[in-house]
Design a protein around this ligand. Sequence first.
Ligand SMILES: [Zn+2]
Length: 161
Amino acid sequence: MDLQIAVRVSSGAVARISAELRDCLDGNESGGYLFALRGEDKLMWASGAGPNAARSKSALTIDREYVRTFELYLRAQWGEDVGLAGRWHFHPSGTVEMSDTDCEGAVAGLELIEFEHDGGAWLDLVLTSSTDYPEIHAYVTSRDPISRRITHEPAKFEEVD
Ligand SMILES: [Zn+2]
């Protein structure tokens, strides 16, 4: 397979994701959102799922109030260019692929980004092991500018400084 697109993630965000996973190894899904600075092709920050998240073996509903507070905190520190760029979640089943529900969520995320920033792509990280060095699979959801068709493509995951 030719994986042309690379999803770049800061080592700080990867460390945060690893820490979040260690805190919730109960066999249920876990996850959070990913944030970037507008105009930069690097995911800088990761949130957790929040104290009021609903978690099961095959589904996750993230605590929206927590994510909103997290985003406001990032903006207070790093400015108004901080924006939602994607999400990460853990598949306790070990499934590498995005589920139908995952794809629906990615389309909703893409539409939100298109509404707020006039275009772009939605990035997903799917984790399939919960060790200190989790196996991370990246996906890019984007819309073809001409056909308007939305695609979910596997991408290369890259951890950067
Ligand atoms: Zn999933």
